[in-house]
Design a protein around this ligand. Structure first.
Ligand code: ADP
Ligand code: MG
Length: 785
């Protein structure tokens, strides 16, 4: 009995909703009237031993079938009749035994999903032909799963339906009524206007469409339409430039009368089309996307089910449900991302044991004794973490994060020496030739006395020398190989690689990291990054790594004095540079960033260097460094700069990472507006590396607010972590690393800034769940979409 009452109650609520929505047949997903009809059919499954009840049901079915064909005012009346009929039905039920439930299978059967799965090609869908499949592919949509996970970019609220008399000029409004008259105008060539007079009980309005003559066929007299558009007042009437409209034929309301999704789309795929495609796909194939989050998480966070969330993210019944849907889908995305990262790490750990670096450490000890400075507390802490990892037989995967100048190189050297002490080989990979070479020179100088054989491998090594080196590496006659990407090539084989270090990891993709890993005997992996990656990004990029942070600078570092210099003070800046050079210091002058090509950038740098040499600093040697120079040329220039025979180095961003010349104390950056915040911080990190006070001058055009904001942060702040957070806020994660390959996974819905708290929770949950359900490891590879 209670069940029947409940069913009737539900129907009444449906009625109220339909009333609130202005009789648009939009009260539920799939159209109010058709849904109502199927609910009635369910009621018929209860055998009714009073003929009266059957009659009422028949009557109700007739009313509701007529409903979509009615004009608005008539719809209101019909709803009242339906409501009254439902009341009588429930009174019948009140008399004992009037309605007896004999049929348990009252639920409608599941959708005919057939053989289609999330991986099915989109052209398997009825509404997608070869043409549309091609256009969808351009949006990155090839499968049903990708289609359903193609989420709206934003939404338009077209659920508030106004009476025609209430339309406000200047607003975008939604209203409905029936078409009273249609005309087609051609005021000039190539301009067709369709004008329809639309009326409801409160008045009339003109709806206007431009250059869509084919619409005339749909807009015949008497048809009910729902229109959204911009309202203007003309001749005492509202005229509405139509953005979207829908004919109310009793079928589903997709484009109006609801909160309407707006998708990332292309020109050749109108919003209406993609909306329709996704709507149909949801109707037919939601069952293809079963729940995949563990039940305890669903309960813990009170999440919507997966299908509810997917439905609501596309066609939300209201804003609150939309938020709920988003909350669940963001969590789901981040949870499976973390699960995958952690699972990968686990798989690596379980597959084969790594190398346990054991035995005495004569070289490590000797090296530390010889260091001209004591290690900072943070360096010691991180070195200990690394040595512990290396001694254990579990393979190490550790990320060392430390601000520019925090002294990561020494840490890497100690780790490399530990490998050599244990009788193995180590590799150190850097993203640029300049940096690789600097590391090589540095290591050779410090380690040759310790009887360690160091070699440099870059792409520009002559063929013969390279082959010779490769043979020596393979034979184990080299202990530490420093290099660029060249290290990743197939022909590079080690005899006993047990430690792979990558410097400035953010410059490499995630794939490259694993390539180096595969070259050894499941070697320990250490990655270092000077770009202080905010914690949220680090978790996403490096969720599979353990984290060590060098959160302390070597003592005696004075913060770099940073100032913005207006063009009118340029000469003062040059004078200041001269004075510093007279005191024995050196300067960098950084050229504006050129996005178009390295060649144009190189040309500009060359011109600037020539100009400065000739006109401004004739008495000092000015050097030039850019990406187009040969390795030999770069090497020569860097050597002369290190020797202090070049006083002023004009450079492009090739000096951004790693370059270490402590005697250089001034940096003048031209075109500051073109650089990102994190990049400027990196550049500035080239100075302030020694005992002398350093100065950074920013020049350029500060017209844009963003440039102003960046300069302000840079002038007032020297903490790389704070700066990186600010940068992320200003630019968003996609651009955080500029155009470079950054290895960030593509997220469909989560936002790494806004959703940072969810990310943290998802990561913790992923750890817990994986412990509880080890099989999630396998699932994590196949689930999602
Ligand atoms: P980064 O972390 O940016 O790679 P480097 O390893 O290049 O930093 O170190 C920056 C400078 O600091 C180098 O000149 C290095 O010799 C020096 N340095 C490193 N550790 C210490 C320390 N504990 N005390 C003093 N100077 C140090
Ligand atoms: Mg470094």
């Amino acid at each position: 009995m209670a069940e029947i009452r409940e069913a009737i109650e539900n129907l009444k609520q449906l009625l109220q909703r339909e009333e609130r929505l202005g009789y648009t047949n939009a009260a539920c997903f799939g159209g109010f009237s058709s849904h109502f009809l199927s609910c009635l059919a369910e009621l018929e499954n209860f055998s009714l031993d009073k003929a009266d009840a059957l009659v009422i049901l028949k009557y109700l079915a007739a009313l509701i079938s007529e409903y979509p064909k009615l004009l608005m005012p008539e719809r209101r009346e019909t709803l009242h009749k339906i409501s009254a009929a439902l009341d009588s039905l429930s009174q019948l039920g009140g008399e004992a035994g009037a309605l007896v439930c004999t049929n348990k299978k009252a639920k409608t059967p599941p959708l005919p999903v057939g053989k289609i799965g999330p991986q099915a090609a989109v052209h398997a869908l009825k509404q997608v032909g070869p043409n549309r499949a091609k256009i969808l592919a351009r949006l990155g949509i090839k499968t049903l799963g990708e289609l359903i996970y193609h989420f709206p970019r934003r939404y338009e609220d077209r659920s508030k339906i106004k009476k025609i008399a209430e339309l406000q000029p200047g607003e975008i409004e939604t209203f409905c009524g029936s078409v009273l008259n249609v005309e087609e105008l051609k005021p000039r060539r190539r301009l067709t206007i369709i004008k329809a007079t639309i009326g409801d009980a409160t008045g009339q309005a003109q709806a206007v469409w431009f250059n869509q003559p084919y619409l005339k066929r749909q807009l015949s007299k008497g048809v009910n339409v729902l229109v959204t558009g911009k309202v203007e007042r003309k001749f005492f009437q509202s005229e509405v430039a139509v953005h979207d409209f829908e004919v109310l034929d009793g079928s589903d309301l997709i484009h109006a009368g609801r909160i309407v999704p707006v998708y990332p789309a292309t020109e050749r795929l109108p919003q209406k089309t993609i909306r329709q495609i996704i709507y149909r796909a949801l109707e037919d194939y939601l069952a293809v996307f079963p729940e995949q989050l563990p039940v305890e998480l669903l309960e813990k966070y009170k999440f919507l089910s997966r299908s509810e969330a997917l439905r609501a993210i596309h066609f939300p019944p209201d804003w609150k449900t939309l938020n709920e849907a988003r909350r669940r889908l963001v969590y789901e995305e981040l949870f499976f991302l973390q699960l995958k990262l952690i699972a990968n790490k686990k798989v690596v750990e379980q597959k084969k044991p790594g190398i346990a670096h054991q035995g005495p450490n004569p070289r490590v000890e000797e090296f530390c004794r010889r260091l001209p400075y004591p290690l900072t507390g943070a360096q010691k802490k991180v070195i200990n973490e690394i040595l512990l990892d290396m001694e254990s037989s579990q393979p190490m995967s550790r990320l060392v994060q430390g601000d520019v100048g925090s002294g990561k190189t020494v840490v890497a050297m100690v780790a490399l020496l530990k490998a050599v002490d244990s009788g193995f080989q180590g590799a150190l990979m850097a993203p640029t030739e300049i940096l690789a070479e600097q590391h090589y020179l540095n290591l050779r100088q410090l380690l040759t006395p310790l009887d360690v054989r160091v070699a440099l491998l870059t792409g520009s090594l002559p063929k013969k020398a390279k082959e010779e080196l490769l043979t020596r590496i393979a034979a184990g006659q080299v202990d530490i190989v420093v290099g660029t990407h060249a290290l990743l090539q197939e022909n590079v084989r080690f005899k006993t690689l047990s430690l792979a270090v990558t410097d400035e990891q953010h410059r490499f993709g995630v794939m490259q990291r694993s390539v180096l890993q595969e070259k050894g005997l499941n070697p320990d992996v250490l990655v270092m990054t000077a770009t202080p990656i905010p914690r949220t990004l680090a978790l996403t990029l490096y969720g599979d790594l353990d984290l060590s942070v060098i959160d302390e600078l070597p003592p005696g570092r004075k913060p770099v004095l940073t100032r913005y210099i207006p063009e009118s003070k340029r000469n003062d800046a040059y004078l200041f540079i001269k004075e510093e050079i007279e005191r024995g210091r050196q300067a960098y002058i950084v050229c504006p960033l050129v996005d178009e090509s390295e060649a144009i950038e190189a040309e500009a740098a060359t011109k600037l260097a020539a100009y400065l040499q000739e006109k401004i600093f004739p008495e000092y040697r000015v050097g030039l460094l850019h990406g187009r120079m040969s390795s030999q040329e770069k090497e020569d220039v860097m050597n002369d700069f290190r020797d202090n025979s070049i006083k002023i180095l004009v450079a492009t961003t090739v000096i951004e990472v790693g370059v270490n010349v402590p005697n250089a104390t001034i940096m003048l950056i031209e075109g500051v507006e073109r650089f990102g915040l994190a990049q400027l911080h990196q550049l500035r990190g080239r100075i302030g590396r020694g005992e002398h006070k350093s100065y950074c001058f920013l020049m350029g055009n500060l017209k844009s607010d963003e440039a102003k904001a960046r300069v302000k942060i840079l002038v007032s702040c020297s903490d790389g972590f704070v700066i990186a957070e600010e940068d992320l806020n200003l630019r968003g994660p996609g651009e955080f690393f500029g155009t470079r390959q950054h290895g960030l996974p593509e997220l469909k819905i989560a936002d790494l800034i806004k959703d940072a708290p969810i990310l943290e929770r998802a990561r913790q949950d992923a750890f817990t769940m994986l412990k509880k359900y080890p099989t999630l490891v396998n699932q994590s590879q196949t689930l999602r979409i």
